[in-house]
Design a protein around this ligand. Structure first.
Ligand SMILES: [Zn+2]
Length: 241
């Protein structure tokens, strides 16, 4: 049987001398396949399997094994390769996706593609990464309650976001005695309501994006019992200077 898939390359791991295991994100979910000879100089499929490119894949399925027949580039985002900040961000996001998102998740593909498109247009990458990470939290099954107080349901006097409780807390229900700055809470409320079209044209203050990314990485770590994101140190040292 042969499959034709359109997808974004999330990961490519060398396998043996010249082969690779490639993982892509498609509109039907996450798919991994074996790519014979991908790392040899003569490989015709190498360009279509580079990390974060968008390609058409022809894959043959035999029993449980998926093997690449052909990869044809639809669009490369080569200019992103020049930015270490963006590359370490995408590596971290890909790692998070592969660890917390269900393989049959259908909604993530268009979001990732939108982020690549806007990164190429030089929109602020930390804003885009915080938006995408928030979406990943939403589809991970551990979405936060951000349209009212998670404890009493009231919508006014929201002063805190508790990751322990899973959402906003109002003045009365907030026992941690912490008060967050309004723009931080407002940004979360915006993330909660945003659609695909809202990725474009927004730029969060850098400190807010950083705090949100750190929050959400820690939150997912705790929920999924992950002790460390492999890409986090490099992401922080290149982006949180
Ligand atoms: Zn309350």
């Amino acid at each position: 049987m042969e499959l034709e898939l359109q997808g974004i390359v999330l990961r490519s791991i060398p396998y043996g001398e010249k082969d690779a295991m490639v993982t892509i994100l498609t509109k039907d979910g996450i798919v991994g396949f074996y790519a014979r000879g991908l790392l040899s100089i003569a490989s015709k499929n190498a360009g279509g399997c580079l990390i974060y490119v968008h390609s058409n894949f022809l894959i043959s399925a035999k029993e449980e094994t998926l093997t690449l027949r052909k990869a044809e580039l639809i669009h490369s985002y080569y200019n992103l390769y020049e930015s270490l900040e963006i590359m370490t961000s995408l590596a971290l996001i890909s790692e998070v996706i592969l660890k917390v998102v269900n393989e049959d998740e259908k909604d993530l593909y268009v979001h990732f593609l939108k982020v690549l498109e806007l990164l190429e247009k030089k929109q602020d990458h930390l804003t885009l990464i915080s938006m995408l990470l928030f979406h990943i939290v939403k589809i991970s099954g551990y979405g936060l309650t951000l349209n009212h107080c998670v404890s009493c349901g009231k919508t006014n006097n929201i002063i805190h976001l508790s990751f322990k409780k899973g959402g906003f807390l109002c003045y009365k229900c907030n026992q941690e005695n912490k008060k967050e700055i309004p723009i931080y809470l407002k940004t979360y409320a915006f993330l909660d309501k945003m659609n695909l079209k809202d990725y474009e044209g927004h730029h969060f203050p850098q400190e807010i994006s950083k705090k949100i990314i750190k929050d959400l990485l820690d939150y997912l770590k705790e929920k999924f019992g992950i002790s460390k994101w492999n890409g986090e140190d490099l992401f922080i040292s290149t982006n949180f200077k």
